[in-house]
Every structure is written in structure tokens, then in C-alpha cells.
Design a protein around this ligand. Structure first.
Ligand SMILES: Nc1ccn([C@@H]2O[C@H](COP(=O)(O)OP(=O)(O)OP(=O)(O)O)[C@@H](O)[C@H]2O)c(=O)n1
Ligand SMILES: C[C@](O)(CO)[C@H](O)COP(=O)(O)O
Length: 229
């Protein structure tokens, strides 16, 4: 299984002065934790890190400290996550038939999650890890008034990994560029192309480290997981 890791963001919501994936979490950069989980996954055989070229020296330093056994390539990201993934797809080895796409910011995903997504992806054209929504969700209009309350039993919080047949996802990305679709996950492109996307059980601990409080939560989760008080 081929893995693309979008890692080319600016971390604006984190308020950091550099790529949030370079921030320290229990002694390692966030990106290192993501890479170590991918290294431990039996399904993953190749890793593409999609980043901004100015971060490549730091990425190479991280790779030097965690010495992965799997091939890793650095790919130039774009101005949006969508563009970054597009670039990543162009950089896949030509023999890649399936791909998992996993946010570098979701640094607590377990190897088991990569493995379950990789195994299930062999049975369907597209899938996402997701968890049921716990809060009641409201659709709110521009006047800050609630317009609707979707049935919570049908609402899931999308995570990554997201997995797809490479050819189909490439076609959906091309159509998205042609029709100027703007999406925040790759599954949305599949949906717009009327292609099926299966839900795979995600992990409550698979949070996307986005704001400073997420970093504190991630440290708590990791301490629990590693048995560090
Ligand atoms: N142009 C971009 C933007 C985001 N990402 C990646 O997509 C993942 C999810 O994005 P997000 O959490 O929004 O990261 P940022 O875009 O850095 O955050 P912000 O929106 O706060 O700037 C992250 O691993 C991020 O590095 C990317 O590869 N290329
Ligand atoms: C892909 C994703 O993690 C699914 O929840 C999310 O859409 C990424 O959003 P972001 O704004 O790029 O962090």
C-alpha cells in the first residue's frame, strides 16, 4: 500500500511560526510520530511526504533520526491541501493501484488503523476512517441563526486515512480542477463524482492537531498510550 502524507500546511490555527508538524510532542516532532506509525503498519510499503520545499531540510533531519525501513520521497506541496494531494498523486510510482492519504497532523493514528484501512481498500474503490459525531450538529445561516439540525445518527466525523483507487482519485482531482471544486478532504471529490466511499471505524484518539489545545490533548493521549505519567 502506498501512503501520501499531506504535510505542507502553514499551521495558521496553531499560531506557530513554522509548520506545526515540526512542533515537539513528547520529544519528537509531530511528523515523526505519524511516520513511526506508518513504519509499524504492515500494509504500508512506500511513503510520500508532501511538504513545502523550505521544510525539506527539517523533514530530512527527522528522517535521519527515526531511520525508517520503507522508501520515503519528498513531494512539493501546494497552496491548499487539495493541491498538495493532487501533487502527491502525480508523484506516486506508476505501479501504485491503491493509495492511503493521511494528514501529517493526525499524528496519533495507530498502525492498526493504517492496516485496517489498507486491507478494506482492497475491497472497495474508496473509504475513509470516521467516527460517529457525539455533539448535536447545527446548520447555521449567515445571521448566526440555526437553520437545521441534521439527524445525528447519520453524522460522522471524517478522519484520515482516506483510501482510494489511484486512477479513480486522479480522475476526480482532475475534474475538480476543471470545475474549480474546493474541498477539504479527498472523499468529497469522490462524492461529487458519484463514486462510493465506505466508512471504516476510525479512532477517537485520531485527532487532527490543529490548535494549541489539540497539542495538549495529544500529549495527554500519548502519555496514556506510552504509560508515561
Ligand atoms: N497547503 C496544504 C495545507 C495543509 N496540508 C496538510 O493537510 C493536513 C490537514 O491540514 P490542516 O490541519 O488544516 O493543516 P494546516 O493547513 O497547516 O492548518 P491551518 O489551516 O491552521 O493553517 C496537515 O497535515 C497539513 O500539513 C498540506 O499538505 N498542504
Ligand atoms: C481531511 C480531514 O482531516 C478530514 O477531517 C480534514 O478535512 C482536513 O481539514 P483541514 O482544514 O485541511 O485541516
Amino acid at each position: 500500500m502506498y501512503l501520501l502524507i499531506p504535510a505542507a500546511g502553514l499551521g495558521k490555527r496553531m499560531g506557530s511560526d513554522r509548520n506545526k508538524l515540526l512542533l515537539n510532542l513528547l520529544g519528537k516532532p509531530l511528523l515523526a510520530w505519524t511516520l513511526l506509525a506508518a513504519e509499524s503498519s504492515h500494509q504500508i510499503r512506500w511513503i510520500g511526504i508532501i511538504g513545502q520545499s523550505y521544510d525539506f531540510p527539517d523533514f530530512k533531519e527527522i528522517l535521519g533520526t527515526i531511520s525508517l525501513t520503507k522508501p520515503v520521497v519528498l513531494i512539493q506541496g501546494g497552496d491548499t491541501r487539495q493541491e498538495s494531494v493532487y501533487n502527491g498523486l502525480q508523484a506516486l510510482p506508476k505501479e501504485a493501484k491503491f493509495v492511503l492519504i493521511h494528514d501529517g497532523a493526525r499524528c496519533l493514528a495507530t498502525p492498526n488503523l493504517f492496516d485496517s484501512c489498507g486491507e478494506i481498500l482492497l475491497t472497495c474503490p474508496g473509504l475513509i476512517a470516521a467516527i460517529p459525531v457525539k455533539d448535536t450538529i447545527k446548520i447555521v445561516n449567515n445571521n448566526n441563526l440555526i437553520e437545521a439540525t441534521p439527524n445525528r445518527s447519520q453524522l460522522w466525523a471524517a478522519q484520515t486515512p482516506q483510501g482510494f483507487e489511484v486512477k479513480l482519485l486522479k480522475d476526480c482531482h482532475e475534474k475538480g480542477r476543471e470545475l474549480e471544486w474546493e474541498v477539504t478532504d479527498d472523499a468529497a471529490l469522490f462524492e461529487k463524482c458519484q463514486l462510493p466511499v465506505k466508512i471504516v471505524a476510525g479512532e477517537e484518539t485520531n485527532l487532527k492537531v490543529t490548535t494549541p489545545v489539540d497539542l495538549a490533548i495529544a500529549e495527554f493521549i500519548l502519555r496514556q498510550r506510552l504509560g508515561i505519567n
